[in-house]
Design a protein around this ligand. Structure first.
Ligand code: ADP
Ligand code: MG
Length: 483
């Protein structure tokens, strides 16, 4: 860490994140039932998921393989042997009375995730990532005042990814979560759909005076949007500081964020591990992962975001910041590469991606896959700027028209809107002559050394050309004409 962590009201914030990533397997982690989302309640829960007596869990290879992929991508150790444990608690949506998870020996151990926070590169250490099954869902619908239980989600494979308490602000926690989200979707191990709960985070938050030992943490459960995460952590920080300033102690607790009020509220005092009476699950043998399996998965890994960013810096000459931005997700990187290949202008493509395109995507809450302006079309637009057909300003107008669906043809739009720059130097020279003739005062002032007068003349020529003259060319012609 190169700079001192930011303080809020004189306190340092400490955050550790636990993320549940739902693994994108066809079937559940210990049964053959389907994992697809949105089916009618209890149509995708088989005897194993319902915990009928006599049923036994069978480990799903595809889930293990996804855990290995993540472990390799974050530089973690893949445990050659890991153990499934029973985490015992009573809840209506957990028919077995325990959740199968990993406790003492998780499948993925250590590793790091790094990302940009502003212009600064941050690295967060991972403690572990372990495989576990999801629980069912209680449906508190107003059905004769009753609560229903849907066990479709029971047994869905999860990878719980736990960090060290390394983050020092809400913004840093959000950037970490975004980087992890980008990574799991990049690896194809999780669909990343936050609305459907495929990627949800618990944020452990504490505050302390700089240099003091870690404070007591409270854990905000189930944050399923980056915006909520930011709001919840910020509220929690101020709540904890208020408590301490009032002379009260923070009690370890599990809290929920209410998006309607923007507040966090204690749900239960936090259980300790011993409350769960963890013990190895006698129904499942140890999970043994042979070195050959790990090497096979390693050989099939795609190029990772950091490696790709390094390549864009090296081969395309992109600045580090731009390279990180265009590799913020796989679809983004694919878009960048397609556009760059088509127009050969890496820096301009990056500028448009980070500027106009991101702005439009953000305001409309769209993903880049759903951009109304495809990479090839953006490349054509950039080519028209580079070859002098249109100015940057005109390009923005064309982009707006493309975005709005007026047409998908860049050249047709340039034509229809009369945005072509005047590159015919004969016609332009004529305008320059006219402007020089009509503005003797400015010419005199320019010759007397006033730069402002020159700019005024450029402005007159641009105006006379109705904005279609190429400003660089106007500059050149005027300088020549004025000697
Ligand atoms: P538990 O087993 O009770 O869930 P862990 O020790 O596994 O607790 O920690 C859970 C998460 O809380 C981890 O991400 C860890 O980094 C984070 N954490 C631990 N101590 C603190 C603290 N004092 N402040 C903020 N986060 C913390
Ligand atoms: Mg935990």
């Amino acid at each position: 860490m190169s700079t001192a962590p930011p303080l809020i009201r004189g306190y340092e914030v400490v955050i550790g994140l636990e993320t549940h990533a739902q693994l994108s397997t066809q079937s559940k982690i210990f049964s053959g039932a389907s994992t697809s989302f949105g089916a009618a309640p209890n149509t995708q829960a088989c005897a194993v998921d319902l915990a009928l007596p006599g049923t036994l869990p069978v480990m799903n290879r595809a889930a293990v393989e996804r855990a290995i992929r993540l472990g390799l991508a974050v530089g973690a150790k893949i445990a050659p042997l890991s153990i499934f444990a029973r985490k015992n608690y009573f809840y209506p949506d957990l028919p077995k009375g325990y959740q199968i998870s990993q406790y003492e020996i998780p499948v993925v151990q250590g590793g790091t995730v790094s990302f940009l926070l502003g212009e600064q590169r941050k690295t967060v250490r991972l403690t572990r990532a372990h495989l576990e099954e999801d629980a069912g869902k209680s449906l508190h619908e107003d059905y004769q005042g009753q609560t229903g239980i849907d066990l479709n989600r029971a047994g869905t494979p999860l990878l719980e990814i736990v960090t060290e308490p390394d983050m020092r602000s809400a913004a840093e926690a959000v950037e970490y979560a975004k980087a992890l989200h980008a990574l799991v979707t990049w690896l194809g191990i999780c669909d990343g759909n936050m609305q459907e709960g495929s990627f949800r985070c618990d944020a452990n938050v504490s505050v302390r005076r700089p240099g003091a030992p870690f404070g007591t943490r409270r854990e905000i459960k189930n944050l399923n949007s980056f915006r909520f995460m930011q709001q919840a952590i910020e509220f929690e920080i101020h709540w904890q500081i208020d408590q301490i300033e009032d002379g009260l102690a923070i009690e370890q607790a599990t809290v929920l964020f209410n998006p309607d009020t923007g507040e966090t509220r204690a749900m239960r005092s936090k259980e300790d591990a011993h409350d769960y009476r963890y013990f190895p699950d006698p129904d499942l043998p140890p999970l043994v992962i042979a070195p050959e399996w790990i090497e096979r998965v390693r050989s099939e890994l795609p190029e990772l975001p950091e490696a790709m960013a390094a390549r864009f810096q090296r081969d395309d000459g992109l600045p580090a910041y731009d390279a990180a931005m265009v590799t913020q997700s796989l679809p983004f990187a694919r878009y960048y590469e397609a556009a760059r290949q088509a127009c050969g202008e890496p820096k301009l493509v990056a500028n448009w991606l980070m500027g106009e395109l991101s702005r439009r995507l953000n305001t409309e809450g769209r993903e880049i896959d759903a951009s109304p302006v495809p990479a090839i079309t953006l490349a054509t637009l950039i080519r028209r700027i580079v070859d002098g057909t249109i100015s940057n300003n005109a390009a923005r107008q064309v982009f707006d028209a493309l975005w709005g669906g007026e047409s998908t043809d860049v050249d047709a739009l340039i034509e229809a809107k009369g945005l072509k720059q005047m590159n015919d130097s004969g016609a332009l020279e004529k305008i320059v002559d006219e402007v020089v003739g009509a503005n003797p005062k400015s010419v005199e002032e320019y010759r007397a050394g006033k730069d402002k007068a020159f700019n005024a003349l450029v402005g007159q020529v641009m105006k006379a050309s109705r904005g279609k003259a190429n400003p660089a060319q106007v500059n050149e012609l005027l300088k020549k004409r004025l000697g």
